[in-house]
Write a new protein. Structure first.
Length: 256
């Protein structure tokens, strides 16, 4: 008697590319099914399976939307991974644990990003993302220098953040995490102890700061924040030079 055994072929990845669904063993096999240049891809939405986020590059010149569920990717986003992806508008990579240096720098059409699992945002990750107004990242612990400089953020609530480091590069010292965020109005960071050098310099719409555990404020931290009228720091014990320089509307600073 002959016995035939049939092995079922199980596809491991399902992706919607430009509103059309593809299923294959890997992203490479799906690109073969797509049969077009990657610079024609404007939308990638992962439906099921593991997706190699770091295999993407800035050659995806038309990419506007990237949605990757938490169970489809977990790990760090490489340095410069989406640098200067000028059309990128919406990103959700909730399994990302950290963003590398310059990861989204110069993505000047990026409006929103969700990175729920991220704990570290490295140097200049969002520098010059001038339209970035919304970020979902409740678990950030560390924000490196220039991470959000010149972004379009309106309100930030980073209550898990405990570390805002500075860095010396080519002889110049930087912190500048939110410097020149001209749309930023409200900041809440309830567990940070140190506001470093130039962190909010020239955030000229900033009018509300909730940082009750701050003990030290670096030089020029609030320089040029002309919309501030009151500031309260109940446990502050150190203020560096020019911390409140050029704040035309400042009426009251409540210190211990």
């Amino acid at each position: 008697m002959l016995v035939f055994t049939f092995a079922a072929f199980i596809f491991s990845l399902t992706i919607e590319i430009n509103q059309k669904e593809y299923t294959g063993e890997s992203y490479e096999s799906i690109l073969e099914l797509y049969q077009q240049d990657i610079n024609t891809i404007n939308s990638i939405i992962v439906k099921e399976g593991l997706f190699p986020v770091n295999s993407l590059s800035n050659q995806y010149t038309q990419l506007t939307t990237l949605i990757v569920p938490k169970d489809s990717f977990e790990g760090s986003i490489n340095n410069e991974k989406f640098y200067n992806c000028g059309l990128l508008k919406t990103v959700s990579i909730d399994g990302a644990t950290s963003l590398g240096r310059f990861a989204f720098e110069q993505c000047q059409n990026l409006e929103s990003i969700s990175i729920e699992g991220c704990t570290t945002i490295q140097y200049s990750a969002f520098l010059n993302c001038i339209k970035l107004s919304s970020i979902n990242s409740p678990n950030i612990i560390e924000i490196e220098p220039r991470a959000f400089e010149k972004t379009g953020l309106i309100e930030v609530e980073f209550n898990s953040v405990t570390f805002l480091p500075g860095q010396t590069i080519a002889g110049a010292y930087y912190a500048d995490q939110f410097r020149y965020c001209s749309s930023l109005q409200k900041v809440t960071m309830k567990n940070i102890a140190n506001l470093p050098y130039r962190i909010f310099q020239y955030c000229n719409q900033l009018n509300h700061v909730d940082t009750p555990l701050v003990t030290s404020i670096g030089g020029s931290a609030f320089e040029g924040c002309n919309s501030l009228t009151t500031l309260t720091f109940p446990v502050l014990n150190s203020i560096d030079n020019y911390a409140f320089y050029k704040i035309a509307g400042l009426i009251e600073v409540d210190l211990p």
